[in-house]
Design a protein around this ligand. Sequence first.
Ligand SMILES: CC(C)=CCC/C(C)=C/CC/C(C)=C/C=C/C(C)=C/C=C/C=C(C)/C=C/C=C(C)/C=C/C=C(C)/C=C/CC(C)(C)O
Ligand SMILES: C[S@@+](CC[C@H](N)C(=O)[O-])C[C@H]1O[C@@H](n2cnc3c(N)ncnc32)[C@H](O)[C@@H]1O
Length: 400
Amino acid sequence: MAPPPGTASAASLDERRNDGPPQKNSWRARWRAFRTRTIARPGFQRWAAGFPLTQRIARANTKALFDLCAGFVYSQTLFACVRLDLFRILADAPLGPETVAARTSLAPARAERLLKAATALDLLVRLPDGRFALADLGAALIGNPSVAAMIEHHALLYADLADPVALLRGETGPTHLSRYWAYAEAARGDPANAEPVAAYGALMGASQDLIAGDILDAYPLRDHRRILDVGGGEGAFLKAAARRAPGLDLMLFDLPAVAARAETSFTEAGLDARAKTFGGAFPDDPLPHGADLVSLVRVVHDHDDAKVRALLRAVHAALPPGGTLLIAEPMAGTPGAEAMADAYFGFYLLAMGTGRCRTAAELARLLAEAGFGEIREVATRRPLLTRLLVSRRLDTPLCK
Ligand SMILES: CC(C)=CCC/C(C)=C/CC/C(C)=C/C=C/C(C)=C/C=C/C=C(C)/C=C/C=C(C)/C=C/C=C(C)/C=C/CC(C)(C)O
Ligand SMILES: C[S@@+](CC[C@H](N)C(=O)[O-])C[C@H]1O[C@@H](n2cnc3c(N)ncnc32)[C@H](O)[C@@H]1O
């Protein structure tokens, strides 16, 4: 049967095509070698930049390489804007550089330097009278405080990436990100370990707002009775689900200190009667039974394969036959967002010390191994932020 619109069956969860082992003498290999040698020649580069038929490609390549060199500077420009609250300062009305200088405690010339940089990066626009206003990208950030929180969080990632080769060789010792995420270990048994748990929860909860809507638009939950959100954090996704599906009961499983905070947040949201929280650590502690739907939202990519296999088996055991599992997270091989998974999350998770961004096909294989079938992808609005795999529990897991 053809999958419904907006979905793709597991068989079509395609991975990037592998061209097979390199064939030294094939015409393709010879052409590639010739092309590489030619492009590497400075004389060819100068010629191509002037010849009308190649000029556009040459300029695009020059810009692409320049942007790769300058990416950190662009990121830090954005970081400075967020730190100085520039987008909110400009939210109500365009302002001149002197007013911005006064509001950000910068010298006027420095304020103007930042305003011009942000304008060049399409975050702001300069009006004919010399004042600066928000451009579309700056305006989008006002409406997404979660992205601003993520931008601030990148100070840790960039500190860890100061020596990327040392990071790749494992020579850096504990990284800022691994220490940050060590909250997870700290939080295991001790609900009193509030500070790192709260900082982390705020970051995840804020960024969850951005994606919960996209997941629930793609998979409305109306056919389900009770959902168990495993690794559900402080309950942001379940609170959004509760608003969309008034008849749905809610269960959340997370590390004890995190689950304790989720319980408080459900009480504050008036959801006591509908929501239950469970503290524990997968895969050692069993997951609670009783839900016909389990969700793993931004959880699988944090863990290495062995732990994911054990987690999926635990989910299988917690669901009734035919029960549904949702996996929602950014995935590798997303068309148009290849750099997000393999470069951004590749290095982020390396600095964090565990996990990897997987393709939909890799996740489908892990699901099938754990005894899930009818695996299909449901299209989300912004696949760069999250994609969604839906599957069903078969009667028995295929591997133990
Ligand atoms: C008619 C009019 C008014 C205009 C026409 C023009 C028009 C259509 C404009 C469009 C304007 C618009 C709607 C813009 C919307 C922009 C949005 C929504 C932008 C969103 C950007 C999101 C970003 C940049 C998200 C970044 C997310 C990051 C960096 C996430 C990092 C996540 C991490 C590190 C997660 C860590 C968790 C762990 C540890 C891996 O588990
Ligand atoms: C990246 S966060 C995602 C949180 C939430 N699902 C979201 O999307 O905002 C990963 C979550 O998994 C939880 N977690 C990590 N290891 C866990 C474990 N062994 N058992 C239970 N929860 C765990 C963390 O505490 C955290 O809440």
